[in-house]
Design a protein around this ligand. Sequence first.
Ligand SMILES: [Zn+2]
Ligand SMILES: [Zn+2]
Length: 138
Amino acid sequence: MGHAYAYRCDYCGFQENFNQGHGFLVHSQPVKEYLKQRTQIFHYKTHNLLRNLSRKNKDLYLKAGFQIYKCPKCRTLQDKVEVTVFNDEKEVHKSEFRCKDCRTRLRLTNIHRLKKAICPKCHKRTFQRDYSSQELWD
Ligand SMILES: [Zn+2]
Ligand SMILES: [Zn+2]
């Protein structure tokens, strides 16, 4: 189960939802099981990486879920499917993302502590949680 966080710009009214958590297709499972599915859920680079990793090791496990990231430079928010691959307890891979605007590496953000971000539309620092529209999704 995941959570959608609604953000709204006080200045221009731009609205965007950011997802955090697990969905129907995006959840934790053995890599073997993921590769058996017909649909390719993750980004093709992640998908290929999982296929390559599983050739060398049959007992990998993956954790996947939506996470909310923030660009340290633009201060805009972006949600991504983070995939972490484990071999026993050891982490062998973790997704990294770059900002689509400036290519800086994104940092995970704690949406509960985050108050204001930069609006992706008008670039003012008036982008904030819209508490009137909270939704759970599955
Ligand atoms: Zn950026
Ligand atoms: Zn705005």
